[in-house]
Design a protein around this ligand. Structure first.
Ligand code: C2E
Ligand code: MG
Ligand code: MG
Length: 837
């Protein structure tokens, strides 16, 4: 340790200086005594002190201290001083002083270095203080040595020397006092110097030495003032005094040397303390660094836990949030920035959760959900709430629209009853239910009678009122849980579920029939409508809704054919009829393939001339067993499927072929042929092509073709049918409405229909009471440019009557039955012959 080494060297140099001074003094004393002719042994016996022995002791101390100083040059210098010529005391003293100056320079240098080093150290001031004490202690020792030397010099030299030495002594007194003050100022209590200072202060020998010096100074000053050699001789001659002073000086020298040693020890102790403090400081610093390192690692870990982990979780939460996964309100630790970001994230998450819950509610269509009213905090919440409200409103609108559409799609616009489709669905559901409950249900099919007449006579608003009234009466008449629906036109259905028995269903149907038959007020007029009602009971063999409805429909037909306004139950007999009819349908298909169908032709005559003006083609089915099946027995069943279209096409082709054949056969002026076309065919897109292509194929003039359609077929698809018929008219084909008067067509309709001929239904021909109506129809028809043909003319009276009413043409057995083409005679006379025959 630098400080420690320098301190020790400083102590050694100080000790060396002090010892060297001692050596010098004793040597000079020995030499001085010898110079004045006194042997040292004499001196020793006189004053009890052997200067030569003291010199040797001092020289030994110098050597011992010098040996501790690692400076080869120092021994050289010492040797140089010691081998000096011993005759010149002054010269010798000067050499010692030179070496002393060298040593003190070195110790000053060491002191400066110590000050510099100690100044940089913490607690270095304490070291410097002890160093200053050492300096002062060294000064007391040096001063004491000088005083001792000067004292003897003054005692044993001449007056001049004595005066010089007195000056030196005075100076050294000042030096000594200053050094003692310095020590007292700087000494630490309990230090080695403090202890030694007590020795110095309490030393009687030191006090005596100081007194001796002081007395000598006084004596020299007095002698000098007297200026006599005797006086000086007195000074020198006081051997007792000199001896005492010698002894005191020797003790003083020793005590002050101990003071220097004590001061040196203090310096070393201080230096060691500083060193150990420095070491402590280093250890502390190391420990601090270690602690700091541990702390920094701990901090890094803490940072990771405190900042890193929350940050990681934050980013994880953020990415989850981005992916649409949001956790419940997460608790985040860490610095405030992270917690703020986390709370923002949590808020965003809760916004999203709210948005999600609201979206779910909206998606469920749960527009009354409480969550929709919730508003998240802040601007985002407000915008979100506004969006939710807008969305909810538009969803509500859409839902209402959807409900309306669904209602319209499943309900009848006029009566608001479920339509055919909805009724079938209801029936299906009911069948499942009754199947599960082992109960049964009844389908009550209601077809109004006389409705068409009301419609024709009183107009559509009246017809609508009849339908609405019927609907209300049915609803009022059914039992709770029964379903009422409108199948279309004047057809209604009641699904009675459950029913205990057929009787119960029949009683219900009877009640409904009665209710329907109640008068309906149309304002000025009151009308009554009846109903043909068919009942079909669900049982194991009728698991299908379609089949059940068809059975009930079948019963309605039966009710109508039985005379209307009655209830008919679809029983086994009726069903077997259906089975039979289904078989018929199959057979009919085969009939077309097997060419079992043929066409008969019935004449149409001009009543005024009796001339044949046209023919109606009427289909006939000759079965392989030879029996003839009339169209009424199979056309309605053919109309239940597209089979009728096939039949119609076959008929058109056959007529075209026949006309071609007649033309080829030279049958004079060819007559127009009326062809019956089913309403079902009329609704087929290819209808016009189906008619025109056979004509083209056989090169038949379209003006020779009259297409007969029923009123009902026309009204089912008024727009579409009219367009197709008009297309045919544009091609030269004429259009006739068959069986006019039995359907729903009002006369007003005639204006808008593309027709050329009205064929009055047979019923008008036979019923005299309708003459005025027939007259009205004929006149209106004529007004509209339509020609009238009356059907079912069986007698001359009828022919006459209808002719007089204005009918343009007549048709009926009176003029001729339908007959095979080969029997058709193109001549009025022959026709008349047939009629008469
Ligand atoms: P429609 O078109 O009104 O035909 C007239 C029906 O009245 C024919 O019955 C005819 O034989 C019958 N008739 C004619 N004059 C008299 C008479 O003086 N007294 C009586 N009682 N009846 C008379 P038909 O041939 O049995 O046809 C019945 C219905 O079948 C036809 O009524 C027509 O609607 C339909 N029909 C006949 N042939 C065809 C056809 O080729 N295609 C289609 N789609 N339907 C046809
Ligand atoms: Mg006809
Ligand atoms: Mg007819």
């Amino acid at each position: 340790m630098l400080v420690d080494g320098e301190t020790r060297e400083l102590v050694r140099y100080t000790a060396l200086q002090a010892s060297l001074l001692e050596e010098r003094n004793w040597r000079l004393a020995v030499l001085g005594v010898e110079e004045i002719g006194i042997r040292p042994t004499v001196v020793a016996s006189l004053i009890g002190v052997d200067p030569a022995a003291e010199w040797e002791l001092a020289a030994g101390r110098v050597d011992a201290v010098a040996a501790e100083i690692d400076d080869p040059q120092l021994f050289v210098s010492l040797e140089n001083v010691r081998v000096q010529d011993e005759t010149d005391l002054r010269e010798l003293g000067g050499r010692y002083e030179e070496l002393g100056v060298d040593l003190s320079e070195r110790s000053d240098q060491l002191f400066d270095e110590l000050r510099a080093v100690a100044g940089d150290l913490p607690n270095g001031a304490a070291l410097l203080r002890t160093a200053r004490v050492l300096e002062a202690a060294a000064a007391t020792r040096t001063s004491t040595a000088i005083q001792l030397s000067s004292y003897f010099s003054a005692r044993f030299s001449g007056p001049d020397t004595a005066r010089d030495e007195a000056t030196v002594l005075v100076q050294q007194q000042v030096v000594y006092d200053g050094a003692i003050k310095q020590i007292n100022r700087s000494v630490r209590p309990n230090s080695n110097v403090a202890a030694q200072m007590l020795v110095v202060e309490q030393s009687a020998e030191i006090a005596r030495f100081e007194e001796g010096v002081a007395q000598l100074i006084v004596d020299i000053q007095a002698s000098a003032a007297v200026g006599t050699a005797e006086g000086f001789a007195n000074i020198a001659g006081d051997l007792d005094g000199v001896a005492r002073q010698f002894e005191a000086g020797k003790v003083s020298s020793g005590v002050h040397l101990d003071l220097v040693t004590a001061a040196g020890t203090d310096v070393i102790v201080s230096s060691q303390m500083l060193t150990s403090r420095a070491n402590d400081a280093t250890r502390q610093a190391t420990a601090t660094i270690a602690v700091l390192s541990v702390l920094s690692v701990a901090f890094a870990i803490a940072l990771t836990r405190f900042i890193g982990q929350p940050l990681y979780r934050l980013s994880e939460t953020a990415s989850l949030l981005r992916d649409g996964v949001h956790r419940d309100n997460e608790v985040f630790s860490g610095p405030s920035e992270i917690r703020e970001a986390a709370s923002a994230l949590n808020e965003a998450s809760s916004h999203l959760r709210l948005a999600e819950r609201q979206a779910n509610a909206l998606a469920r269509g749960d527009l009354d959900a409480a969550v929709l009213a919730e508003t998240a905090r802040g601007d985002l919440g407000v915008s979100l709430q506004a969006a939710v409200q807008t969305l909810a409103a538009s969803l509500a609108e859409r839902e209402e629209f959807r409900r309306r559409l669904a209602h319209e799609a499943s309900h009848d616009g006029l009566t608001h009853l479920p339509n055919r489709k909805a009724c079938l669905a209801q029936l299906e559901a009911g069948l499942v239910r009754t199947d599960q409950r082992r109960s049964t249900l009844a389908v009550i099919f209601i077809d109004l009678d006389g409705f068409k007449i009301v419609n024709d006579q009183f107009g559509h608003p009246a017809g609508d009122l009849v339908l609405e009234t019927t609907s209300a009466r049915l609803l009022a008449g059914v039992r709770e849980g029964d379903h009422v629906g409108r199948l279309g036109g004047d057809e209604f259905v009641v699904i009675a579920e459950p029913v205990a028995s057929l009787d119960e269903a029949e009683r219900l149907a009877a009640r409904l029939l009665e209710a329907i038959g109640e008068p309906i007020s149309l304002g000025k007029a009151t009308v009554r409508v009846g109903a043909s009602i068919g009942i079909a009971m669900a049982d194991e063999s009728h698991a299908e809704a379609d089949a059940l409805l068809r059975d009930a429909d079948l019963a309605v037909y039966r009710a109508k054919s039985n005379g209307r306004n009655q209830v008919v139950v679809c029983d086994e007999e009726l069903r077997s009829l259906v089975v039979h009819q289904n078989e018929l349908e199959v057979e009919l298909r085969l009939a077309i393939e097997n060419d079992e169908l043929t066409l008969f032709y019935q004449p149409i005559v001009d009543p005024n001339s009796g001339a044949l003006v046209g023919l109606e083609a009427l289909i006939r089915w000759f079965r392989p067993d030879g029996t003839l099946v009339s169209p009424d027995a199979f056309i309605p069943f053919a109309e239940r499927s597209d089979l009728i279209v096939e039949i119609d096409c076959w008929v058109v082709a056959r007529v075209a072929r026949q006309l071609d054949a007649w033309r080829r056969g030279g049958a004079g002026a060819l007559l127009p042929v009326s062809i019956n076309i089913s309403g079902r065919h009329l609704s087929v897109d290819d209808f016009v092509v189906d008619v025109m292509s056979p004509l083209e194929q056989y090169g038949v003039d379209p003006t020779l073709i009259i297409i007969e359609v029923t009123e009902r077929a026309l009204l089912d698809d008024l727009g579409g049918a009219a367009t197709k018929l008009q297309t045919l008219r544009d091609n030269g084909v004429r259009i006739a409405i068959d069986d006019f008067g039995t359907g729903y067509t009002s006369l007003a309709h005639l204006r808008t229909l593309p027709i050329d001929i009205l064929k009055l239904d047979q019923s008008f021909t036979r019923d005299d009471s309708t003459q005025s109506l027939v007259k009205l129809i004929i006149d209106t028809g004529h007004l509209l440019g339509v020609s009238i043909t009356s059907e079912g003319i069986e007698t001359a009276d009828q022919a006459r009557a209808l002719s007089e009413l204005g009918s343009d043409d007549l048709q009926g057995y009176y003029y001729g039955r339908p007959s095979p083409p080969e029997d058709v005679v193109f001549g009025a006379n022959e026709l008349a012959d047939e009629v008469s025959s």
